[in-house]
Design a protein around this ligand. Structure first.
Ligand code: NAD
Length: 249
């Protein structure tokens, strides 16, 4: 268990799946959570669920692709709790499956808007506040697809590779401050995002996992909790593997 008492976290894509699991874990470890999602009903339900468990949580409805959503999240965190310690850029979409010659360029734009533009905006808005306090922990949720490049997943794989690149740059920009920025590269986790993929693509991804199963949301959340804590102090711009052995780098 990480000690996050009195800390404030912004988690994007927090209504369901990995984002909700991360929010619940960070709350359990002591943090107050701003939950960001464009699914209005689901994010309200997620915040209520955390409140019912005795945690402090505030929902924000918005598309991470719009910079205003990041501004709103930062404002809520500051107005309500006067600090931002943790940013977890989790919101992501899978996009259509197909060979590059079968996909429209607009599909790349759509996936890019959530998977990369959103990460940029939330870092852009949160880091100045973290710098004022000279403390912060940023965790970006990339993917094994960003390291390996899955076939029929160019928009997803390339934008997740870009999240890895963004994390490496931001980690170096902040090195020497009290802020560290890292990313994780999960393999397959059983969540709603898999509904976007064809059975053929899912079979390919699961078949590549030496441990022979998909990851539990709680396993992802546990790694993110440590990366969100002050105990993670000598890693920045780093890529943490959580792929059941698929990547050995
Ligand atoms: N599930 C996997 O196998 C897997 C593997 C590797 C990485 N990831 C990454 O983990 C992250 C979470 O994925 P998940 O599996 O929990 O997916 P999910 O589809 O279950 O949840 C994603 C959440 O993000 C929200 N969201 C999507 N686009 C948004 C936007 N533009 N603005 C605001 N909210 C938005 C959705 O409403 C949803 O609540 C994603 O970045 C995904 O790429 C997932």
């Amino acid at each position: 268990m990480a000690n996050l008492d009195n800390q404030v976290a912004i988690v994007t894509g927090a209504a369901t799946g990995i984002g909700y699991g991360i929010s619940e874990r960070l709350a359990y470890d002591g943090a107050k959570i701003v939950l960001v999602d464009f699914d209005k009903n689901a994010v309200a339900a997620a915040a209520s669920s955390l409140s019912e468990k005795g945690f402090e949580a505030e929902p924000i409805v918005g598309d991470v692709a719009e910079p205003k959503t990041a501004q709103d999240a930062v404002n809520i965190a500051l107005n309500k709790w006067n600090r931002i310690d943790i940013l977890v850029n989790n919101a992501g979409i899978g996009g259509a499956n197909g060979n590059i010659w079968e996909l429209d360029v607009e599909e790349l734009d759509r996936v890019y808007n959530t998977n990369l533009r959103g990460v940029f905006s939330f870092c852009h808005e949160s880091i100045p506040e973290m710098l004022k306090a000279d403390y912060g922990r940023i965790v970006n949720i990339a993917s094994i697809a960003g390291k390996e490049g899955n076939p029929k997943m160019v928009p997803y794989s390339s934008t997740k590779a870009a999240v890895i690149g963004l994390t490496k740059s931001v980690g170096k920009e902040l090195a020497g401050t009290g802020i560290v920025a890292n990313c994780i590269t999960p393999a397959v986790v059983q969540t709603r995002i898999l509904e976007e993929f064809t059975p053929e693509v899912i079979e390919y991804m699961v078949g590549k996992i030496p441990i022979g199963r998909t990851a539990e949301v709680s396993e992802i959340a546990a790694l993110v909790a440590w990366l969100s804590s002050s105990e993670c102090s000598f890693s920045t711009g780093a890529v943490f593997d959580i792929s059941g052995g698929r990547a050995t780098y």
